[in-house]
Design a protein around this ligand. Structure first.
Ligand SMILES: Nc1ncnc2c1ncn2[C@@H]1O[C@H](COP(=O)(O)OS(=O)(=O)O)[C@@H](OP(=O)(O)O)[C@H]1O
Length: 433
């Protein structure tokens, strides 16, 4: 007997044997669409140790390559450069256990009204793997990530200062003078006027500097950051902590170590003609060692060929381009300031104006602070309220020995291409012969 099916648009599907197949296919398609949508909103954070990831970071902007990969999450906030604060929250180096504990305590100490939003930030940070969440594949939805504003608020909690990286490891209270890690380091160059530069800077009421050279990053790195911080003078919130250790510039491991302390630190270099620098360096060494060979013999590895002895540190230090290259692997050029070592003797206030501008300090140090001591041939400091000028000790500005002009010429020829490279790297022509 013939079956009679009800009429209507669905009647065909109901009797068709493809009906169930079509239904299944539609369901699969729907699932597929849903999966694609979800994938667009979820980030898989790769493991920090994965070789693929390490490769990715080494290819990218070098200033980010040492960071844990949780920072991949920064992609969600747009440009990484605009989220420097956030980076420091994510940095394993800086965000130590103690700091986590301190911050958590502070957050929960605050009033009820604010607690809700702050908890949200904490919970978001937990999702990013900062607060004891297992590191491996953390999936976070776009909508749940903290906004830049939230991160800024997070830094603005009472008792904490804001914005810069080394602040993120400090937990000192506002207004109370305390020891802080330096924001500015005079990294070199030896015998180019580093002491004069530091003493001139010290005139500024908003600058506090260490006395002796700390040599933390080159000699005492194993003593730890707290040891280093303890060497610093106490400063209030308006003051900048500065130290100088000229050996930093030429010690290969130092740029990375400084970077690990703070990627925002300002780096100051004072440079002078590398030939004069070498003679100055030799003069200092020779003053302590009576049996030292003459400069000419030390500088040339072979008198007949006239080859320069590049293994002698006194010569090596003057290849500024080579050393700067190491630093530029970690810090952008904008974080450096180059002081002209010849000009600071002739016109100290001009160099100090430029430096104060670079450091964001008001132009306090000016002509009135300097007095040219004609006997010594160097400017001395005229402190306000003090009758007498302050000159650097006699070991600065020593008389140099006579050096054969042929050897000087040979050294000038040797340094010339390196100097040229240095001018290109810094965009400054120092005009050395
Ligand atoms: N105002 C003032 N007073 C004295 N000396 C001055 C000054 N400005 C720059 N210089 C030059 O500084 C040179 C010493 O450099 P440094 O201080 O960097 O030396 S060190 O690396 O700390 O040993 C030192 O080098 P020498 O002349 O060879 O002694 C000076 O030329």
């Amino acid at each position: 007997m013939r079956k009679v099916y009800p009429r209507g648009p669905l009647s065909y599907f109901r009797r068709s044997k493809f009906c169930s197949i079509l239904f299944t296919l539609s369901f699969i398609l729907l699932c597929f669409v849903f999966l694609i949508y979800e994938n667009g909103n979820v980030v898989e954070i790769p493991s920090y140790e994965s070789p693929a990831n390490q490769e990715k970071y080494s290819e990218q902007d070098l200033s980010y390559r040492k960071l844990p990969t949780e920072l991949n999450a920064l992609d969600f906030f747009g440009s990484r450069r605009h989220n420097r604060n956030l980076q420091h929250l994510y940095s394993k180096d800086l965000f130590d256990e103690k700091r986590k504990k301190d911050l958590t305590t502070m957050i929960y100490k605050k009033g009820r009204n604010q607690m809700k939003s702050e908890r949200k930030v904490v919970s978001n940070l937990q999702q990013r793997g900062l607060f004891n969440v297992p590191k491996k594949t953390i999936a976070a939805k776009v909508g749940d990530t903290p906004s830049s504003q939230e991160v800024t608020d997070y830094y603005n909690f009472e008792g904490y200062r804001t914005t810069s990286s080394d602040d993120s490891v400090e937990s000192e209270q506002i207004g109370v003078p305390c020891k802080k890690l330096p924001k500015v380091i005079i990294i070199g160059v030896k015998k180019c006027g580093t002491r004069a530069l530091l003493e001139f800077l010290r005139i500024h009421p908003e600058v506090k500097a260490t006395g002796p050279e700390p040599h933390f990053f080159d000699r005492y790195y194993d003593h730890g950051l707290e040891w280093y911080r303890d060497l610093m003078p106490e400063t209030n919130d308006e003051q900048t902590t500065i130290e100088k250790t000229p050996r930093y510039f030429v010690t290969k491991e130092v740029p990375k170590r400084v970077f690990n302390m703070s990627r925002d630190v300002k780096l100051v270099l004072i440079v002078r003609d590398p030939v004069t620098r070498a003679i100055s360096d030799y003069t200092q060494v020779a003053s302590k060692r009576a049996s030292m060979k003459p400069f000419e013999q030390m500088a040339l590895s072979n008198n007949h060929t006239g080859l320069v002895d590049t293994s002698w540190p006194v010569i090596k230090i003057g290849i500024y381009a080579k050393h700067l290259e190491e630093w530029l692997r970690y810090f952008p050029l904008e974080q450096f300031h180059f002081v002209n070592g010849e000009n600071i003797v002739k016109n100290p206030s001009e160099e100090m104006f430029k430096l104060q501008d670079f450091l964001g300090l008001r132009r306090y140090i000016n002509d009135s602070h300097f007095y040219m001591n004609d006997t010594r041939g160097f400017p001395c400091i005229q402190k306000t309220g003090s009758k007498y000028p302050h000159c650097l000790v006699g070991t600065k500005g020593r008389k140099h020995p006579y050096v054969d002009p042929n050897v000087i010429k040979r050294l000038q020829d040797f340094y010339r291409p390196f100097n040229k490279k240095f001018y290109q790297m810094t965009n400054i022509d120092f005009g050395w012969p």
